[in-house]
Design a protein around this ligand. Structure first.
Ligand code: NAP
Length: 535
């Protein structure tokens, strides 16, 4: 039976992470009826699921937080320079309570698909178990890192020990004490859990295929003076972050390698290295992401630091990355390289001895077998598009998002998709979100989406959809920018190459957060240029 129009919500927002919390609040404020849907039991998004020991954000807490409500930013007290996962989760619960958005959400409810109905100009969103809701608009706030990538390792089902994934860590405490533990993966997640596991494991095997660049976080408690310094003029601090390339204040000298010269460049790198922040380090010189010489100098600086920290040249050699620095995620750590000095830690270099299979008692490489009690997958995510391509999302004329993005993840302005009317993808492909302080990128998207919905309502417009031409133009623009950077040479989740069968396409807008927001606002000011708008 078709439902009556009163069953149709104005906007369904999927996901209760940073995006969903703010989006539902903002839309309710504007007088829209809103329904949030979230598969977890509570808010938090990626910070709800990722709970492995050692997890911290690599953006500083005073930056990695909402700016839209001064009461919230003044009231909440961060305690450490880099926030730990439990603190971020508590923060999001605090914000959700303060804004009373929990009442807008259906928790423990998984979206399985969504279909556009041309006749009623609405979406039917299928939710488990066996229910559906209708909405005029859908906002996917499902995030960029929400679907773990589980590698297809032969024999995984035969492993008799504890098999854990960092991205879906158990909610009850996990003990490494006295166990023989293997961690597969040395990206941001692996690099954080490895030093913690090493502290109590009987033995830890670090299975590394591709080394990352990592810097010491120099995490520390926040002093009352530092908190006051920022909070006394938070508005200016936030405005500077939003006007920057990375959505973060970096205090860069703003000069290229050639302008600084080697001696000054080294001094500046020492400064940002000592500060401890990937964004500051990456911004030490303006041309690190684009100029091979500047990048090589920075890479050599970082490699020398790794050698010092490892304290064993032969071992350090195996831990040294060979990609252009900053073209894959630049990690931060606490004691990562020092961990390899421990007697109970062994680096298993999978480039020398590839992983063959898991066995009932451990794992096997081409060089032999290892007995372990626990095997931890820190193998990353099917990032940016992986969550939505797993859902059955059907747009105009039966077009499936999985088919469209299976060929190439095209997205207009990183926020809307041709063939999928009345649908927004917050932090979608070709937005700056993955390489920015993502909270700033999210605020930009939420505010822009809210403005668009409000503007369309005022104009009596019921259906919007980006044109293919506008979408292709944005994709081409994103690719043109990438082609000017060294990132075109590197494989990573930014380009989808970590997942087999996924198209290798740049999924990050590298033009910077501030220029990106200008482009969005320009489109809005021009009455949503590139969209067809139907009354
Ligand atoms: P990741 O950066 O994609 O790293 C995954 C690791 O697993 C890589 O070392 C990868 O090696 C390895 N791997 C995957 N499949 C493998 C296989 N079949 N065999 C051997 N090795 C395999 O994932 P992540 O560490 O979860 O981080 C993802 C992103 O999440 C980060 O870039 C960051 O944006 C975010 N994150 C941030 C923080 C933080 O803020 N501190 C913490 C965690 C995550 P290959 O490269 O050779 O495939």
């Amino acid at each position: 039976m078709p439902r009556s129009d009163s069953d149709v919500t104005d906007v369904v927002v999927v996901g209760a992470g940073f995006t969903g919390i703010y989006m539902t609040h903002k839309l309710r404020e504007l007088g829209f009826s809103v329904l949030g849907i979230e598969r977890a039991a509570g808010v938090g998004g990626t910070w709800y699921w990722n709970r492995y020991p050692g997890l911290r954000c690599d953006v500083e807490s005073l930056d990695y937080s909402y700016s839209f409500d001064d009461d919230i930013q003044q009231e909440w007290e961060w305690t450490e320079k880099f926030p730990a996962q439990p603190d971020i989760l508590k923060y999001l619960e605090f914000v959700a309570n303060k804004l009373s958005v929990n009442e807008l959400f259906r928790f423990n409810t998984e979206v399985t698909g969504a279909a556009w109905d041309e006749r009623s100009a609405s979406w039917t969103i299928d939710v488990s178990p066996g229910d559906s809701v209708r909405a005029r608009f859908v906002v996917w706030g499902t995030g960029i890192l929400s679907t773990p990538k589980i590698p297809d390792i032969p024999g995984m089902e035969t492993f008799g020990g504890e098999l854990l994934t960092t991205a879906t860590w158990p909610h009850s405490p996990v003990s490494f004490a006295g166990k023989r533990v293997a961690v597969l993966g040395t990206g941001s997640s692996g690099i954080q859990v490895i030093p913690i596991a090493a502290e109590s494991a009987e033995h830890l095997f670090v299975l590394q295929r591709t080394p990352s660049f990592s810097l010491p976080a120099h995490n520390k408690p926040l002093t009352p003076e530092r908190i006051a310094e920022v909070k006394n003029d938070y508005a200016t601090y936030r405005a500077n972050a939003r006007a920057s390339g990375l959505g973060c204040v970096t205090e860069s000298v703003g000069k290229s390698f050639a302008e600084l010269g080697e001696e000054q460049a080294r001094a500046e790198l020492e400064k940002t290295y000592a500060y401890g922040s990937p964004m500051r380090f990456a911004s030490t010189m303006t041309d690190i992401p684009v100029d091979p010489e500047s990048n090589r100098f920075t890479s050599e600086f970082a490699k020398a630091k790794i050698r010092e920290r490892v304290g064993d040249d032969a071992l350090a050699e195996k831990l040294l990355p060979n990609h252009y620095i900053t073209t894959r995620r630049l990690c931060i750590d606490t004691n990562y390289y020092e961990t390899f000095r421990r007697e109970n830690v062994t680096l298993v270099d999978l480039r020398e001895e590839p992983l063959v299979r898991l066995t009932p008692t451990g794992f096997e490489t081409s060089a032999g077998s290892y007995d372990v009690d626990m095997f931890v997958l820190a193998t990353g995510f099917d990032a940016v598009t992986g969550t939505l391509t797993r859902l059955n999302i059907e747009g105009r004329d039966g077009l499936k998002l999985a088919d469209k993005w299976g060929e190439s993840p095209a997205c207009y302005l990183g926020v809307a998709v041709a063939g999928f009317p009345n649908m927004f993808v917050a932090t979608g492909p070709a937005s700056p979100a993955p390489l920015s302080n993502v909270v700033v990128s999210i605020e930009i998207h939420v505010e822009w989406i809210a403005r668009m919905l409000n503007d369309l309502r005022e104009q009596g417009i019921h259906v919007f959809e980006p044109t293919e031409a506008a979408e292709q133009e944005w994709v081409a623009h994103t690719n043109d920018i990438t082609d000017q950077t060294l990132m075109r040479f590197s494989d990573s989740w930014y380009v989808g190459s970590n997942v087999s069968g996924k198209p290798r396409v740049q999924m990050v807008y590298l033009g910077g957060v501030a220029p990106y927001e200008s482009a969005l606002l320009d489109v809005a000011d021009d009455n949503y240029r590139g969209f067809t708008l139907t009354k």
